[in-house]
Write a protein that binds this ligand. Structure first.
Ligand SMILES: [Zn+2]
Length: 267
């Protein structure tokens, strides 16, 4: 938890306790004042990547998104290794699941309920979904990529972990081909009977990774996310890259400040 969120939590807790403890007649005026201020401020959670509700304004368009502006461990940023270390091998215990491809209005996402676990540092995170960004959100040593996939996981305790993989232009990816063939062009979901998705086929053979702390790259930009970015890209064909950008030409949050956080590269 950052200092800011601690302060925010303390202040929310404080005001809740205050109104709970005070007689109704005494709380009426301050509560009404606060309500007025909240309704005056423009509130929208219908975020986009550009324009009035674009990434530059996420932090102010809704009180729920304030971390997007005030956070100090925001993602993405330009990844450069601060140190190399013997990081633990990632336990990538994934299995194929029935195909369910979702266009959620921000990206193409594959549901991965029952898709297995990431085990790292003794913590087990269940795979929930993976989704794509074009171009890449992170850059590695200043280099951007045409496409990036994020494998999103949560532990039973609610901790989040993401495994990121970059795509560069090259040979087509067979798993991507299956997903692309079934992705809805507009908002909606497509459950495909008799077909499965295997996330193992979206991982590079070389499992070396960068480890660092960061955030969700979409509102509410929650922090405390354990990031694992593969240092080796996989490939997608130009036609595959074009098929995604025909639906989402640009769905990447701009680079955020690294703020001196530690980036460790496995040996
Ligand atoms: Zn993402």
């Amino acid at each position: 938890m950052t200092k800011f969120t601690k302060l925010l939590a303390a202040s929310i807790l404080g005001s809740a306790m205050l109104s709970a403890c005070q007689p109704a007649s005494e709380t009426k005026t301050p509560v009404q004042d606060v309500a007025k201020k909240v309704t005056k401020k423009a509130q929208s959670t219908d975020w986009k990547y550009v324009g009035e509700y674009g990434a530059a304004n996420w932090g102010t368009m809704s009180d729920k998104f304030s971390t997007c502006a005030t956070g100090k461990l925001q993602s993405p940023f330009n990844i450069t290794a601060d140190i190399s270390a013997d990081l633990p091998a990632l336990g990538l215990n994934y299995n194929a699941v029935p195909m369910k491809v979702i266009n959620n209005g921000h990206t193409i996402q594959a549901d991965q309920t029952g898709g297995g676990q990431l085990v790292v540092d003794g913590t087990t995170y269940n795979l929930l979904q993976f989704h794509f960004h074009a171009g890449s959100e992170y850059t590695i040593d200043g280099k951007s990529y045409p496409l990036e996939v994020h494998l999103v996981h949560a532990s039973d305790a609610g901790a989040l972990a993401v495994v990121g993989v970059m795509f560069e232009k090259g040979a087509p990816n067979a798993e991507l081909e299956k997903i692309w063939a079934n992705m809805p062009a507009t908002k909606g979901e497509n459950v495909v009977a008799g077909q499965t998705i295997d996330v193992n086929k979206l991982l590079p053979a070389n499992k070396q990774y960068y480890r660092f702390m960061g955030s969700l790259t979409t509102p509410p930009c929650s922090e405390g996310v354990n990031w694992h970015m593969m240092s080796t890209p996989i490939t997608a064909s130009q036609a595959q890259l074009d098929a995604f950008t025909a639906i989402y030409p640009m769905n990447a949050r701009p680079l955020q400040d690294e703020n001196n956080r530690l980036v460790v590269l496995g040996r």
